[in-house]
Design a protein around this ligand. Structure first.
Ligand code: URA
Length: 447
């Protein structure tokens, strides 16, 4: 069937059959579908949705657009976590080595920034000469020897998602439950996991900006994963403010490294979300009897330096500097302009337009306007205040890191417009970091 006929059927609200979906994925992979045709179908899916069967077929076809890995002879479970995308979400960078230090094996296939959200792969690009696209033999060796490897999509792992993801990023077709489900699960199933913990971000900085959409996404991912034989649990976590105190690629990498080494305080919400996700991974993988035991195993991995050691070994094994943790300032390039964002009034910080913060970072050059754009890894925000913090007029709410004065000034105005400061003493209640857990069924899932 012609691509335009398939697009037309979805545009008119029909369910696509398995053959039509397979044809789309084939065209995505071999370039038989143009960028315009892919974008048109993505928009039709965004507007018309997909049924569960279509989503399963799309996921299946995308998994098999490339190689599917298997790890039959590893001594521990093969685990991963994936986030649906947020602002300041650097959890993967810490969690992979923490779980490896607890006995899991984590081949983590991460993505680039998408829309207003950051991507782990872009954060990794801040490490000089880190090879995020190792060949199969190299990836296999690093996972076996170190226990974790955070990499990008190689040309042979779910290549269909690689192209679709880049096109969705710049065509406003990201916030679609079936497209997000298939995108995430195609990478995870291709990596040969035994269990997946999904972090479904919910709030004004997430693609799922309502609780209803977060629930739908969490259930969709868990159900499609279970249907494909993968154990999965989803946590719905708060994304109504920046996670941690930095946004931007090199700045987030630095925060993640400091978190691992214990250099400076761990931002409490970031720590809570990291431990919650890690605990689910250890329990699903059979490495801890319950979440309480898992928390203490993860904390020990941090306190003993074992997690930091795994991170350092992973970086070195993938070609990065062996002394990155000891000498971060040598390797992580700083932006030339650093400008405070003065609080426009005295009071208490009660809400943040978190998506606008992500957009401000994209506009500083930290994200892409078009699929092939180069990004400026140095730019972003640091020392971002958490909600609930009392502030005095003129005090910095955060610092902008920019390539030049003009873009820094624009970002200052954007951040000021994104915060809401209520009168001092206004009652304010934080959202819980973990809002809900969606546990999977183990029916039909291999132990
Ligand atoms: N993360 C992904 O890998 N894909 C999406 O579509 C959204 C978040």
């Amino acid at each position: 069937m012609l691509p335009q006929e398939i697009i037309r059927r979805k545009r008119d609200g029909h369910a696509l059959n398995t053959a039509e979906i397979a044809q789309f994925v084939q065209g995505l992979t071999d370039g038989g579908w143009s960028e315009g045709q892919v974008a048109a179908l993505a928009m039709a899916v965004f507007l018309r949705g997909m049924g569960r069967d279509e989503c399963v077929a799309l996921t299946h076809a995308m998994v098999h657009s490339g190689r599917v890995m298997a790890w039959p002879d590893l001594p521990g479970p093969v685990l991963d976590k994936h986030s649906s995308g947020g602002v300041g979400d650097k959890v993967s960078l810490m969690l992979a080595p923490m779980v490896a230090a607890c006995g899991g094996y984590v081949p983590m296939i991460s993505g680039r920034g998408l829309g207003h959200t950051g991507g782990t792969l872009d954060k990794l690009a801040a490490i000089p000469v880190y090879n995020a696209t190792p060949n199969t033999a190299h990836l296999d060796r690093v996972v076996r020897e170190v226990g974790c490897a955070i990499i990008g999509q190689t040309a042979d792992l779910a290549p269909a998602d690689g192209r679709l993801y880049a096109i969705r990023d710049v065509t406003a077709t990201v916030e679609s439950v079936p497209l997000i489900t298939a995108s995430i699960l195609s990478k995870k199933l291709a990596a040969g996991l035994h269990a997946l913990v999904m972090d479904v971000k919910c709030g004004n900085g997430a693609f799922a900006d309502s609780r209803a959409m977060a629930d739908e996404l969490a259930h969709s991912i868990v159900a499609v994963a279970n249907g494909a034989g993968l154990k999965a649990t989803a946590l719905i976590t708060d994304m109504n403010q920046v996670l941690g105190h930095t946004v931007g690629n090199a700045l987030e990498m630095r925060e993640a490294m400091d978190y691992l080494t214990g250099n400076g305080a761990r931002e409490p919400r970031l720590h809570a979300v990291t431990l919650a996700l890690g605990a689910e991974m250890l329990v699903l993988g059979g490495l801890a009897a319950n979440t309480q035991a898992a928390h203490s195993q993860l904390q020990t991995a941090l306190d003993s330096g074992a997690a930091a050691d795994r991170f350092a070994r992973m970086v070195a094994a993938l070609g990065g500097p062996a002394d990155l943790l000891e000498r971060p300032d040598v390797y992580l390039t700083a932006a030339p302009v650093v400008m405070p964002v003065p609080a426009p009034r005295t009071g208490i910080l009660t809400s943040l337009q978190t998506r606008d913060i992500g957009i401000a970072v994209v506009e500083l050059g930290g994200g892409r306007r078009q699929a092939g754009d180069a990004i400026d890894l140095r730019v972003g925000l640091s020392a971002v205040h958490a909600l609930g913090t009392p502030v005095t007029k003129g005090e910095p709410l955060a610092f902008i890191h920019a390539a030049d004065q003009a873009s820094a000034q624009r970002a200052v105005a954007q951040v000021q417009a994104a915060v809401h400061i209520a009168d001092a003493g206004t009652p304010w209640q934080a959202e819980p970091c973990v809002m809900a857990t969606v546990a999977g069924s183990t029916l039909g899932v291999a132990a």
